[in-house]
Design a protein around this ligand. Structure first.
Ligand SMILES: O=C(O)C1=C[C@@H](OP(=O)(O)O)[C@@H](O)[C@H](O)C1
Ligand SMILES: C=C(OP(=O)(O)O)C(=O)O
Length: 420
């Protein structure tokens, strides 16, 4: 498959308006696929995302004996036997954090060996805390480098009933353990330790999805969940649209003074990034300090928007952006300074964006290195709506979560040149 090398955005010079639907939620689709795959019977997931990340999850489940039909662009029909089978080959999960973390834990429920692996980016993303936590349950799991590949020799049985997990680097470890625990042989208490974790809302997404597939999970303290060994039941499940994808459309609307109808009100999302809507709505008077910890995937959107704000913005609570698809703090400062030197500064793990509304309307040729990160590509495209000369390198990386991104902007009136 050939990937498009670059794409230059021509500022539309007019408000963007019309209908533009974000795709289904990546986070919810990958939870629902896994839970449906663990269940006995047939589940129908509608409104689902079809993208690199969800394809990796679906392929991995197929490799473990789950039957998955795809009758249309947004539906998965998943039939599980109630037990995942050992795959014949390592599971390759690209750079899909959700698939990698969730399947590492779920592999403990397989009777046999599972190797969970990813691409060169995933092989740099830490998984040590999850591996250590699984070991405390007596699970045989190794990750030599502290990152994938991970080898899990599962039995479906646990030797303890309490896990303590530090979710400071990734809340996905906690979600992974919660989803695994319902498939075990005894009730398990999962307790958070260490720093406050980012995006607690992702844990709520996890427990909501688990309950929809018949699990019993109770929050027994602000940092503890008890999961009963119920296993999962097949269910019909509607996936809501992706809130992180929605942030680009909300930002495009305020940047161009347009009117974009997403077909879904901002206050109906259950995903953490939906809280970015209220922040975006304050543009061009964004707050002087934005805590990104509870809306992490929206930070690239907000940081590029901040470049056009009336006053500077400091982003705090974003340290774990350094271990996402790429080091997003570095990618954002590099890209912004590439547009104009001095536009962004890193202070420790904070990012300060020195705003300049006068950027709008200028011609500032800049090639944006996306570091194969969909969110860097999608957020810097927003700069291209106001500045002439913004070229996005490797624009096809948006396929991770929003394959129709460039087409969606085009349908709103955005045009491209130098597409090759
Ligand atoms: O649980 C999830 O679906 C996610 C949790 C977040 O990651 P971390 O928990 O690694 O911060 C987020 O950045 C990611 O896109 C999706
Ligand atoms: C961090 C992200 O993805 P993941 O961790 O699921 O790879 C993201 O989509 O922004």
């Amino acid at each position: 498959m050939t990937r498009t090398a670059k794409l230059t955005i021509t500022p539309p010079g007019k408000p963007l308006s019309g209908r533009a639907m974000p795709p289904g939620s990546k986070s919810i689709t990958n939870r629902a696929l896994l839970l449906a795959g663990l269940a006995k019977g047939t589940s129908r997931l509608t409104g689902a995302l079809k993208s690199d990340d969800t394809r990796y999850m679906a392929e991995a489940l197929r490799a473990m004996g789950v039957s998955i039909d795809e009758p249309d662009d947004t539906t998965f029909v998943v039939t599980g036997s109630g037990r995942l089978q050992p795959p014949k080959a390592p599971l390759f999960l690209g750079n899909a954090g959700t698939a990698t973390r969730f399947l590492t834990a779920a592999a403990a429920l397989v009777d046999g060996t599972v190797i969970v692996d990813g691409d060169e980016h995933m092989r740099k993303r830490p998984i040590g805390p999850l591996v250590e936590a699984m070991r405390t349950l007596g699970i045989d799991v190794t990750a030599e480098t502290g990152c994938p590949p991970v080898t899990v020799k599962g039995t479906g049985r646990f030797q303890a009933d309490r896990i303590r997990i530090d979710g400071g680097l990734s809340s996905q470890y906690v979600s992974a353990l919660l989803m695994m625990a319902a498939g075990g042989d005894r009730p398990v208490d999962i307790e958070l330790v260490g720093e406050d974790i980012g995006a607690l809302g992702y844990i709520d997404l996890t427990t909501a999805a688990m309950k929809a597939f018949g699990a019993k999970v109770d929050k027994t303290s602000p940092v503890t969940w008890r999961v009963e060994p119920t296993g999962y039941c097949a269910a019909d499940f509607i996936v809501e649209p992706d809130a992180s994808a929605a942030t680009y459309l909300w930002a495009a609307e305020v940047l161009t003074d347009g009117a974009i109808d997403l077909g879904v009100p901002s206050d109906t999302f259950s995903q953490p990034d939906a809280r970015a809507y209220d922040v975006i709505a304050t543009f061009p008077h964004l707050p002087a300090e934005i805590d990104g910890s509870q809306m992490q995937d929206a930070v690239p959107t907000l940081a590029v928007l901040a470049a056009f704000n009336e006053t500077p913005v400091r982003f705090v609570g974003i340290a774990n952006l350094r271990v996402k698809e790429c080091d997003r703090i570095r990618a954002l400062s590099t890209g912004l300074n590439n547009i104009r030197e001095g536009l962004a500064v890193e202070e420790g793990d904070d990012l300060i964006v020195h705003s300049d509304p006068a950027l709008a309307g200028q011609t500032l040729p800049a090639e944006i290195d996306t570091f194969a990160d969909h969110r860097i590509a999608m957020s810097f495209a927003l700069a291209g709506l106001k500045i002439d000369g913004i070229t996005i390198l490797d624009p096809d990386c948006v396929g991770k979560t929003f394959p129709a991104y460039w087409r969606t902007l085009a349908a709103l009136g955005v045009t491209y040149r130098d597409k090759d």
